[in-house]
Design a protein around this ligand. Sequence first.
Ligand code: ADP
Ligand code: ZN
Length: 517
Amino acid sequence: MNAKTEMLERYFGYTTFRPLQEEIIDAVLAGRDVVAVMATGGGKSLCYQLPALMLGGLAVVVSPLIALMKDQVDALTANGIPAATLNSTLTYGERTAAERAITSGTLRLLYVSPERAVTSGFLSLLKRSDLRLIAVDEAHCISMWGHQFRPEYRRLRELREQFPRVPIVALTATATPAVQEDIVRQLNLRSPAGFTGSFNRENLRYRVLPKRNVFPTLLKYLADHREEAGIIYCFSQKSTEELAEKLAEKGYRAVPYHAGLPDVVRAVHQEQFIRGDVDIVCATVAFGMGIDKPDVRFVIHADLPKDIESYYQETGRAGRDGEPSDCILFYSRGDYRTIKYLIEKECGEPAQKDVAYRKAGKMLDYCESTECRRKFLLRYFGETYPAERCGTCDRCETPAEVFDATEAGKTIIECIRQTGERFGASYIADVLCGSKSGRIIANGHDAIPAYGSGGGYTRDQWQTVLQEMVRKGVVTSTGGRYPVLTLNETSRSVLSGKKPIKIAGSPPEETDSAGEE
Ligand code: ADP
Ligand code: ZN
C-alpha cells in the first residue's frame, strides 16, 4: 500500500478512490495548478484534503458558505485532521487559538470566506505560516458565465499575486467550457492540469410534466413513494409553506425551508430531514448546499429553475447512494415570466443579463425539446452521451408524438416577414394573437395581414411552436436578452411548400399559469 492509500484509509476510512480523485491528487502533489470539474457528490473535498495532509504545512480552502465550512471542519477534526475556520462567528479565544495554530505549523486545513481571504490582516497572517496549497471551492462563482457569480471571488487573484509559488486547485461541480476558461484567467493559473468527470448520473430518471393539476399529480406520485425522502423545489417562500401545509394535511411528514424562516427553524427542519424524522422538504433554492443525504429518492421542481446549471445541481441531490431516483419537473411556459422578473431584479450589468437570458432560454429548450433528457443535459455540459437514447427518461420511455405544424409555421414565417425580421418571439406571438399593445399599434403592425391571423393557438402556444422552429433551424434567433428572429433558406422552403414542419410532441395545449405574477 502506498502512502496515499494508507492515508486514505487512516484518515478518511475509504479503501479506494472515486473516479479522478487519485489523478487530481497526484497533480496537486506534483505542485501543479489544477482545475477539477466533478459532479456534486463526486468527492471533490478529498482532492485537496488528502494533499493537505501529505504536503504538511498549511492549506487554505476558500469556500462560500460559513455553515458548510463548519461542517467540514467538524468532520475533519473528528477524523483527527487539524482543521479550523476563521470567520466572524468565532469567539476571541477561538480566533487566537486558530491564529496560533496557523503560525505554529500545527494546522493543516484552514477554511475561509472569499471576503476574508483577501483582507490585509489575513494575508499577513498567511505570510507567517507555512502555506503550501490554496484550494478554491465552488470556483464557478468567479465567473459571470456561471450561475452563481460572486464578484468577491474575483479578488482571489490577490492570493496568487501574494503567494506566486503556492499551487492553486480550483474545484467546481458546474462548469461549462466558458466558465472553466474564466476560472483559469481570473485566478491566473499557470498551464493548469484540467480534470472533468462525467456528469452522467445513471441512476437518476428525468421527467418533465405539464404544469397542470400539480397538486393531484403530486399526491398520486407520493402515494407510490410513501416514506421516501424527497425535496420539492418551489419558486417562492410562500408556496413552500403552503405546499408543506397541504401535504401535512394529507398525512405526509413535510416541512418548509426558505431563507425567510428563522435560523433555528431552518436548522431544525434540515436536521429532521437528514435524520429521517420528516420525509419531504418543500424548499426554495436556499435549501441544499452542503446537504449530504444519500437516500433522497426524488427531487421535484414545482416551478421552473432559472437555468440548467441550477436544475442539474438541484436534481443532483437525489440518489447519492446510487439507487434509482426520480427528477420531476412541472413545466409551464408561463414560468418564464417569473424568471424574467428575477433576472431583471438580480442582474446588474447588461452583459450579465444577457447571459442569464440565454441560460433561461436553454432551460425552456430542455423542457420543450423532444430529445432524450439525459443527452440534452450532458451536451449542455460539453459531454457527448454515447447513445441516442438513455432509456430512463420520459422522452426515451414514451417517445413524443409528432404532429404537422406546417400551417402554423407558415403563419409564423409570414408574420416575421411582414414585421421586417426585427422582433422576438413574444412580439410575433402578440401580433398573431391580435394584441392591442401600444408598441404594435405604434409600429402599425395592427394593419398587416398577419395581425390577428393566429386564431386557435394561445400566445404561449405560438411561442412553443416558435421555439421548436428555432431549434430546428427553420427560423434564426440572435439569442440573448432581446433575441430577434430572422428568416433563412429553410424558412423560405417552408413557405414555398417544399418543406413540411413536423414537430415532435403533442400539439400545444392549455397549461396552468405560473401563479407567481
Ligand atoms: P462534492 O464536494 O464533490 O460534492 P464531497 O467531497 O462532499 O463531494 O463527497 C461526497 C461524498 O462522497 C461524501 O459523503 C464523502 O464522504 C464521499 N467520498 C468522497 N471520496 C470518497 C471515496 N474515495 N470513497 C468513498 N466515499 C467517498
Ligand atoms: Zn433518455
